[in-house]
Design a protein around this ligand. Structure first.
Ligand code: GDP
Length: 425
């Protein structure tokens, strides 16, 4: 039996999609367990360059099944749009399944998200406006709609009415916007109902049988530990839990089944959206790193927004690895540090003249200053290296220092955006 969670230990955009795509070549099943279409995974392989938002990153392997777990904010329009784009781009028809207990992100959630961000104006969270926060609020308020509700149209209508009554009051009275009708939402849902019914499954049963067969299962997280709604930089968090602990629940597996937790971490820091970011660089220094980072610079795959960037933050990432329960690390974007002089690593924070190794609360983080140590750069292109022993000594020193600081062994190294640009240690 092998169940591996592939999760982010930082703010998201660590390269989880690339690592999942690479490991999926050996997997029977890849499962998304939380979040929605609000983040993007960039994947580059022999089939092309793709930005996935909702589809699990196993879709490029025709023999791998891909499951949307019950914990996902499932936006059917986005899902089928993405699926159709992939097949139009020549990807052999992916095997995709959707849990009947996943809940539906509706156009009403998207509008709600937009209206609320407009209302907050300068105080907004920088939401991707994909409806995620209103979706999870509805789920907790128990007015959400499960995918399986599409089987029973009378029940579905009742569920939608229940959800729309308070929402319409908000729309008309708080936001001064038009109200929505149940008939409109029902018509939207009916437009893809047949297609969805055909791929709907009982996720926990499917996973139970997969465990008995000893299938190889990957659980793919979205965003990273520091955006976790409980353990992250609340309220600049997401509305769900991207932790491996949630992977069992959000997929439908027993917690003991997950024995391998790969925390994906970038060799520097990057972050999209609002919130404290202790090692943030500004100006030219930031722009230079931003242009070198990722596959086409550090710009959001969903929004195109420039990502905030800075040096590696071992305080935040060690905390991220701990709350993930990481058993090994995948260190990505190592090639990006190939140019430049010495490399700064943030090894502590300073707050009110006190050095701190813990990860403070959000209002304290805003005032923390980074304490750096400097390691020698390697000033060499390492993107074609495939063997640990061929890495420059300075790069190996950097990696060993990272694993010391994070207290987790680095097992996979990514030296370029393409699937093949990997070193297994
Ligand atoms: P995810 O959401 O965690 O999958 O991360 P994203 O795909 O949003 O962001 C990661 C970015 O880094 C993307 O542009 C990837 O193509 C890119 N990337 C991943 N691994 C590497 C790497 O080792 N080197 C470089 N240069 N880019 C990488």
């Amino acid at each position: 039996m092998s169940v591996t969670a592939i999760v982010g230990a930082s703010w998201g955009d660590e390269g989880k999609g690339k690592i999942t795509d690479a490991l999926a070549a050996e997997a029977d099943l890849v499962v998304r367990f939380q979040g929605g279409r609000n983040a993007g995974h960039t994947i580059i392989n022999d089939l092309g360059r793709f930005a996935l938002h909702l589809l699990p990153s196993g879709v490029f392997n025709p023999r791998t099944k891909n499951l949307i777990g019950p914990g996902v904010a499932f936006d059917p329009m986005a899902f089928f749009g993405e699926l159709d784009e992939l097949t139009a781009a020549g990807v052999p028809a992916p095997q995709v399944l959707v849990s009947d207990r996943a809940q539906l992100t509706l156009s009403a959630h998207v509008l709600h998200d937009q209206y609320e961000e407009e209302r907050l104006a300068g105080e907004a969270f920088g939401s991707t406006r994909a409806g995620i926060a209103p979706f999870y609020a509805d789920k907790t308020m128990k007015v959400g709609v499960q995918v399986g509700d599409l089987r029973n149209l009378d029940w579905l209508r009742q569920r939608l009415e229940r959800q729309l009554t308070p929402r319409n009051a908000l729309f008309s009275q708080l936001y001064n916007k038009p109200t929505l009708s149940v008939d409109k939402l029902l018509a939207e849902l009916k437009s893809f109902r047949e297609r969805l019914l055909a791929i709907m499954v009982d996720a926990s049963q499917l996973l139970h049988e997969a465990l008995i067969r000893q299938d190889r299962i990957l659980l793919e997280g979205q965003l990273g530990a520091l955006r976790d709604v409980d353990h992250g930089i609340y309220p600049y968090s997401t509305s769900s839990s991207p932790l491996a602990g949630q992977a069992a629940v959000g997929a439908g597996l027993p917690p003991w089944a997950i024995t391998d937790i790969v925390a994906v971490v970038k060799a520097y820091s990057s972050c999209v959206g609002a919130g404290p970011f202790v090692t943030e660089w500004h100006g030219e220094q930031a722009q230079s790193l931003r242009e070198r980072g990722g596959d086409r610079g550090e710009y959001g795959a969903t929004t195109g927004r420039p990502r905030r960037v800075g040096p590696f933050d071992a305080v935040a990432t060690r905390y991220g690895c701990r709350v993930q329960g990481a058993t090994r690390l995948a260190l990505t974007n190592l090639d990006v540090l190939g140019t430049g002089d010495d490399i700064p690593l943030c090894v502590a924070y300073e707050l009110d003249s006190v050095k701190r190794q813990d990860f403070p609360l959000t209002y304290e983080l805003e005032r923390c200053q980074p304490v750096y140590e400097w390691l020698a750069g390697w000033n060499q292109d390492i993107s074609t290296v495939r063997d640990w022993t061929d890495l420059p000594a300075q790069a190996r020193c950097f990696i060993e220092r990272v694993e010391d600081l994070l207290e987790v062994p680095v097992d996979l190294l990514s030296v370029g955006p393409h699937r093949e640009a990997m070193i297994s240690r």
